[in-house]
Unconditional design. Sequence first.
Length: 220
Amino acid sequence: MDSTDIIDRLKRLDTPAVSDALDRLDMPGRVTHLHRLTTEQRIAGRVLTVKLGTGKALDGPPRHLCTSAVEAAGPGDILVIEQRSGIEAAGWGGILSNGAKVRGIAGVICDGPVRDVDESRDLDFPVFAERAIPTTARGRIVEEAFNEPVTVGNATVTPGDYVLADGSGICFLAADRVEEILEVGEMVAKREALMTRAVLAGEPISQVMGADYEDMLRRD
């Protein structure tokens, strides 16, 4: 399936529907400890990854954290950053948000702290992260890897995977199973829309959310 079609379908869902699909398929990918800090946008796209830490920096001339990822990303991509070093240092900041906005990047997800959230909010640029701090990364952490698998919460995220993030949380979709996840997520969303319509039409909610709802995600 074409990546554009995948992203278009993903944008029509929300994370609860995708989370339910992951449940039914007995798959990981749900992340619940990060927060939408700068906009009310729902974002969906393909993943580029960065790993930050206190180990050995990438070979080559020194470059600021995440700048290689910003320059490599295309319109609609989403940068996913692992900053689980335990060091109080921002894995993302305002100048990076400006650069990402210029590139048409859809948003950033950082498993760790970020800074300059007011600047990113003024840009209307989506940043999901653990929390906001003012502390610079300079002299504290380095970029250990770019576009290699990273860990976000309990999820292993591989470059080329897909992600959906909104006010309820974040769901990563493995690229090799994304169509299967989408099909189940679309089924869930369709059935819940019918149930909502029934409730609004005056049907008793206890009947609408009865055994059929409880069995909806049961694995055969």
